[in-house]
Design a protein around this ligand. Structure first.
Ligand code: ADP
Ligand code: MG
Length: 680
């Protein structure tokens, strides 16, 4: 059977070179691909309604009519013709109208008693009418596929049908039978058949649930494997809760959200189930994640363990070093910064201290954990992922401590259901409250005509001692008319911003160059920083109070929000100016969302509604990404079920059993794909 599944779609009857080409564009190459190309929606021809009911619903619906007239031809202007027949459902009459094609109208008069599917409207004389309805003699629920300009839903449907006939109800099961049973899931065979050609609505739901369960299961296990986010057994014992002592020493009062999250982490570490903490803290920029992390670290340290803090860049680990020093001032805690620049004797010295437990907290980049660094007794690892869910760096924690507790900080506010999908076997805490006094960033969206005014405003701010960012989507000029940092370097900075100090920052500079520029910006030496999205990753310059974003229409909402988070970090009133070069409905909706709220979680949900999880995770046309049916906002129950199963599978180490082979293969192909393609 496997070999049939891998056959080219061209081996299907009715699929020639041309159709195959179009199917290829939809990511369909093999029989396996086409049976996993699910309908976008269904037409329900089993629910026959009266003409009046369909009219009142305002939606497409199914009516049964008896034709009682001949075809009437009506000439309109410009050579157009319509063909009209009259029918009745026993209660009301209706005109059935087709444009330019007589064939459909004639076939109507031949069949006499048939089903029509479409929207019912009324004409000027208050008579019911239906334009170009679909016609059938059979009741049923019919699939609708996402068609393209060159291939219709009907053509896809026929190809799917032929493919299903070819595999003859013998699609091999991918999930082990104990899981199917425990979670009350139908077989893959049933699911595939009913997702395409369901007998009734219940069967569609059953099929969907089964397929979504598997999609999510594979994602969660895949991601857990990549990030090593699997809950590990641990001997590290945190016996006493020192949170109150820490809080007492702080110069400010924590928010309710901060207290709740600290409590959640402490519970994890105090718990007696023998599993290490594996928790993600999600919080918008400025929600105060660092203090929370510090509180958790304090608990580990006071219980006799060391903590490692890892950041994605040198700049950020420097920043964390300074912040932690400030927070722990006067608390008798030794902090070390293991910078990439630290060489020779100095480095050896620090490494020795770490080994001898003279250092309580070590801060560094992700390299910290993969290097040959020896800890005396590492009890907690905190990673600051900022917002990128980059999947490349695998953590090798188990070898370092004896399975330390793990805390991950992420500044990407993403909807809870979506993070459940991505992060799998990971508990999630959300910091959904900003510390008091934080000002919202005033956000405006402008058309290019108003750009000069925006620049003038920008200069006003700088003249008064402020600093600002200008973000471009590109580094170099290209044909697709987006602004690049080169445009600014070569002309705009001279023409418009002469006399101000500026620098260009982008991903092609070396880490050292980037860091040098950030340092100069940070200490106020540079007034204008023109950059690509490299600045997304949490640099903290409180004096910067304005950000202009060129081609804002090119960025997703989450990304715009992240960029906006670069300002509003100090006392000053802050501004974000979005310059949009597109007037599409979609762009307008996104820009309006940005201007109307500073709530990152809300924006993330909007983003998800507009783009859908499939697109957020990568190429939507590529089957391997695998999230086709799950809608993060809607399918929470099955996502939860699937999460439960993931936990059981991982903690029981079941993946190596024979019955798990098929999903294991799918998981590995996802991992391969993800490591090369996915960052969100
Ligand atoms: P995040 O990392 O979530 O973006 P930070 O942890 O960097 O946020 O905190 C932002 C700023 O807010 C820091 O200067 C921090 O000292 C301060 N801060 C954090 N929590 C509070 C609080 N409860 N009250 C007042 N200021 C706070
Ligand atoms: Mg931070």
């Amino acid at each position: 059977m496997d070999s049939v599944m891998q056959q080219d779609i061209k081996t299907l009857k009715g699929v020639g070179d041309k159709t195959a080409q179009e199917l290829n564009k939809l990511g369909i190459f093999t029989i396996n691909d086409i049976i996993h190309f699910y309908p976008r929606d269904y037409e329900d021809w089993t629910n026959v309604q009266s003409i009046e009911e369909v009219y009142k619903s305002g939606k497409r619906g199914c009516i049964r009519v008896k034709i009682d007239s001949e075809v009437k031809r009506i000439f309109l202007s410009k050579g157009k013709t319509i063909f009209k027949v009259r029918g009745s459902d026993g209660q009301n009459n209706i005109s059935i109208i087709f444009f330019n094609t007589v064939y459909m109208a004639i076939s109507l008069t031949r069949i006499k008693n048939l089903l029509l599917f479409g929207t019912v409207s009324k004409n000027n004389f208050n008579e019911y009418q239906i334009y170009s309805p679909k016609i059938s003699q059979n009741m049923g629920i019919f699939p609708i596929y996402s068609q393209t300009k060159n291939i219709t839903s009907l053509k896809i449907k026929n190809s799917v049908k032929t493919a299903l006939e070819k595999v003859q109800n013998s699609i091999e099961e991918t999930l082990p039978s104990d899981i199917l049973e425990k979670y009350n899931l139908c077989s893959l065979n049933f699911a595939i058949k009913n997702i395409h050609f369901p007998e009734n609505k219940d069967k569609i739901e059953k099929a969907k649930r089964r397929l979504i369960f598997e999609e999510i299961l594979i994602w969660q296990i895949g991601m857990s494997k990549i990030k090593n986010y699997v809950k590990q057994k641990t001997n590290i014992k945190i016996k006493k809760d020192f949170s109150d002592e820490f809080l007492f020493l702080l110069p400010f009062v924590l928010t309710k959200a901060q207290l709740r999250v600290i409590n959640e982490c402490t519970e994890d570490m105090l718990n007696t189930d023998g599993l290490a903490m594996s928790r993600l803290i999600q919080g918008d920029v400025g929600s105060g994640k660092t203090v929370v992390a510090a509180a958790v670290a304090y608990n580990a340290i006071k219980n006799g363990y060391q903590t490692a803090v890892m950041a994605p860049t040198e700049i950020l680990s420097n920043q964390h070093y300074n912040t932690f020093n400030k927070i722990f001032q006067g608390m008798n805690i030794n902090i070390g910064l293991l910078s990439g620049k630290l060489k020779g004797k100095k480095r050896k010295n620090l490494e020795d201290k770490i080994k001898n437990k003279e250092i309580d907290i070590v801060i560094g980049t992700h390299a910290l954990i993969s290097e040959n660094l020896k800890f005396a007794n590492l009890g907690l690892v905190i990673t600051d992922e900022q917002h990128r869910f980059g999947v490349r760096q695998r953590m090798k924690l188990a070898e370092k401590g004896k399975n330390p507790h793990v805390l991950i900080m992420s500044a990407t506010p993403i909807p809870r259901t979506l993070s459940m999908m991505i992060y799998g076997d990971l508990d999630i805490s959300i910091l959904d409250e900003l510390p008091p006094g934080r000002k919202e960033v005033k956000t405006f969206c402008i058309s290019p005509q108003k750009k000069e005014r925006a620049f003038k405003f920008f200069k006003e701010i700088i003249k008064n001692g402020g600093q600002g960012y200008i973000v471009c989507p590109l580094i170099e000029n290209s044909e697709n008319e987006m602004f690049s940092t080169d445009d600014y370097k070569n002309t705009i900075l001279n023409e418009t911003f002469g006399g101000y100090t500026s620098e260009i920052l982008h991903g092609r500079l070396s880490a050292n160059e980037k860091e040098a520029i950030m340092k100069r910006f940070s200490c106020g030496e540079i007034q204008i920083l023109v950059a690509t999205t490299v600045i997304e990753v949490g640099v903290d310059v409180p004096n910067a109070s304005i950000i202009i974003i060129e081609n804002a229409e090119r960025f997703g909402l989450s990304q715009l929000h992240q960029l906006r988070g670069r300002v509003g970090r100090g006392e000053k009133e802050s501004y974000c100016v979005l310059i949009s070069y597109s007037g599409t409905k979609d762009t307008k909706r996104r820009m309006q969302a940005m201007c109307s709220t500073n709530d990152g979680f809300f924006l993330a949900e909007e983003d998800l509604k507009i783009r859908g999880p499939g697109e957020i995770f990568g190429n939507k046309q590529h089957g391997i990404v695998g999230i086709k049916l799950a809608k993060a906002l809607k399918d929470i129950k099955v996502i939860e079920d699937s999460k439960k199963a993931v936990r059981e599978i991982l903690s029981g180490n079941y993946l190596n059993q024979k019955s798990y082979q098929p999903i294991k293969e799918k998981i590995f192909s996802l991992i391969n794909y993800a490591e090369n393609h996915i960052t969100i």
